[in-house]
Design a protein around this ligand. Sequence first.
Ligand SMILES: NCc1[nH]cc(CCC(=O)O)c1CC(=O)O
Length: 307
Amino acid sequence: MTLRVGTRGSALALAQTKALAARFSGEVEIVEITTRGDVDRGSLAEIGGTGVFTSALRDALLDDRVDVIVHSMKDLPTAPHPGIALAAVARREDARDALCARDGLGFDDLPEGAKVGTGSPRRAAQLRRVRPDLEVVDIRGNVETRLARAQGPDADLDAVVLALAGLTRLGRQDAVTEVLGLGRFPTAPAQGALAVEVRDGDDAARRAVAPTDHLVSRACADAERLVLAGLEAGCSAPIAASAQVDDGMLFLTATVYAADGSQHLTSSHAYTLDGQSARELGDAAMDVAGRAVRELVDAGAMDLDRA
Ligand SMILES: NCc1[nH]cc(CCC(=O)O)c1CC(=O)O
C-alpha cells in the first residue's frame, strides 16, 4: 500500500516533505495541496488567522485524500485538531533566523535607515527594538521572491530576514550574510521543526512515519508552543520561544514584544531531566512552559500592545 503524503506546493514545502518522506517506511507518493496562505497575497499579519497554511492539508487528511501531512510546525495552530494526531516531529536543525543583505552586509553594517523586509510581527518587533532607525517593510511571498527583494538586479530593500532552516532546505545558504543570534533575535515557537500528522487511529500511517520522530525535538517544540497557547496567541503574534536540551536539562526562554519593539518581557526556566523518555521530556516541557507563562502574565504580558 502506497502512503499518500500531502504537502503544500511551495518549493520549500516540497523540498522538506520529499526529504522527510524518503525516511518513511514503504512506498510513498507526494500529493500537492494548495492552501489559502499560498493563494492570498495579503499581508500575513492581516490574513493572520491561524491555519492559513494548514487547514487545507488537514481537510485533505480528514477526507481521506492523503494518509499523512507534513507541515512546518511553526505554521501549525496550537490547539489539537479533532480526528488528527501528531505522529512525528522530525529532528530540528538550526532554528535561528538569517539576515540576507545586499553586498554581503552583516546586521551591524546596515546603514542608518536601511530597509529590512519581513512578514513576521516578531521579527519586526525585534528589528525595531535593537535598531529603531531601520525601516521595517512588510513582505510576503516564497523564499526566492523574498530573497530577490534584497539581492540581484531588482532589489528594492537592503536586507530581508528569513528562517535559516528554510534556506538550508532549499540549498540557499549562499544568500545568508549573517546568522542572527538568539540573544537579540530569539526564534518563533517550533521554528525549524517539521510536524507529521495522521488520522487518529491510523496505526499503519503512524508506524510508517515513526522513523522520523525525534523525542527531544518534539519536547522542545511542545514547550515553545505551550508558551504561545498559554499566552492565547497564534503564530502571527510577536512572541519568541526557544527551547534546548543540553547537559541533562531542558531550557526554555520566552519573550513577548510590543509590536513597535518599545517594550518586551522575557522569562527563562530550566528543568533537570533524569532520563530522556517521552514521559519525562513531556513533563519537562509542561513544567518550563507553565512557569514561563505564569511569570510573563504576572509581569503584564497580556497588557503589551502586540498588534
Ligand atoms: N511562516 C512561513 C514559514 N514557515 C516555516 C518557515 C521556515 C522553515 C521553518 O521554520 O521550518 C517559513 C518561512 C520563514 O520564516 O522564513
